[in-house]
Design a protein around this ligand. Structure first.
Ligand code: PEP
Length: 255
């Protein structure tokens, strides 16, 4: 049985004071007992991670600490980058990689994403591997070609056990931050194709174990419908994770 994973990607929002307030409010709204239904990870900007870690640890909250990205090298002359070693030291458990904003704005290629997945796992953390199509690709009928191509390239060289342990986030780019959500049937169809692709490349056990999130304008009002789909095991949430009330509703799976 795959336990859902709800991940809040704050992107470049919330300074460390706002981060502390948001996590404290979230903890008040969703206590440890209410985290039975889903695992929850919070992905603040790098400058907030230590503050959020302190709140999670000192108040023994049930949230997992996440990061939004990292470099694939451990150290060196990479001005502005952050090492996976540093994240692991801070207790980070989940690291987003291959987000469409990193791919489109910062030029991350499948090859770079592949190295990041390897580096994140080599340091004992779980990658949240993002894939998704543009509106043009969807309208041209190329959704699966694009998404499955990203998966094959990004996960090439991983063992079945390594693929089983990661999280794949299917995020149609046209649904990110736009208020447009894929219908639950459309999202399910692509997530089922993702699982079939994992089965073909890494075997059935890996396909049954890997968690597949949907991402793209997820809200408290649509999470229940999405999570009811057989191949959707959680959500990667951007905008709605910034507001503790809204994110609390998502963490409770819309109940
Ligand atoms: C995201 O940042 O990955 C995302 C899905 O954003 P939003 O929920 O705002 O669409």
């Amino acid at each position: 049985m795959r336990k859902p994973l709800i991940s809040g990607n704050w992107k470049m929002n919330h300074n460390h004071f706002e981060a502390i307030q948001t996590v404290q409010k979230l903890a008040y709204l969703v206590g440890k007992d209410e985290l039975e239904a889903a695992d929850v990870s919070i992905h603040p900007p790098f400058t907030d991670i230590r503050s959020v870690q302190t709140v999670i640890d000192s108040d023994k909250l049930g949230y997992a600490l996440g990061a939004q990205h990292c470099h694939y090298e451990e150290k060196g002359a990479f001005t502005g980058e952050v090492s996976p070693v540093f994240l692991q030291k801070l207790g980070v458990q989940y690291v987003i990689c291959g987000h469409s904003e990193r791919r489109e704005i910062f030029g991350e290629t499948d090859e770079i994403v592949n190295k990041k997945v390897a580096a994140i796992q080599a340091h004992g953390m779980t990658p949240i591997f993002c894939c998704g199509e543009t509106l043009e690709e969807r309208e041209a009928g190329d959704t699966e070609t694009k998404v499955l191509g990203q998966i094959r390239a990004g996960l090439e060289g991983r063992t079945p056990e390594q693929v089983a342990a990661l999280v794949i986030a299917y995020e149609p780019i046209w649904a990110i931050g736009t208020g447009r959500t894929a219908t639950s049937d459309d999202a399910q169809q692509v997530c089922a194709a993702v699982r079939a692709c994992v089965a073909e490349g890494w075997g059935n056990d890996a396909a049954q174990a890997v968690r597949i999130q949907y991402g793209g304008s997820v809200k408290g009002s649509n999470i229940a419908e999405l999570i009811a789909m057989p191949d959707i095991d959680g959500a990667l949430v951007g905008g709605a994770s910034l507001d503790a009330d809204e994110f609390a509703r998502i963490c409770k799976l819309g109940v």
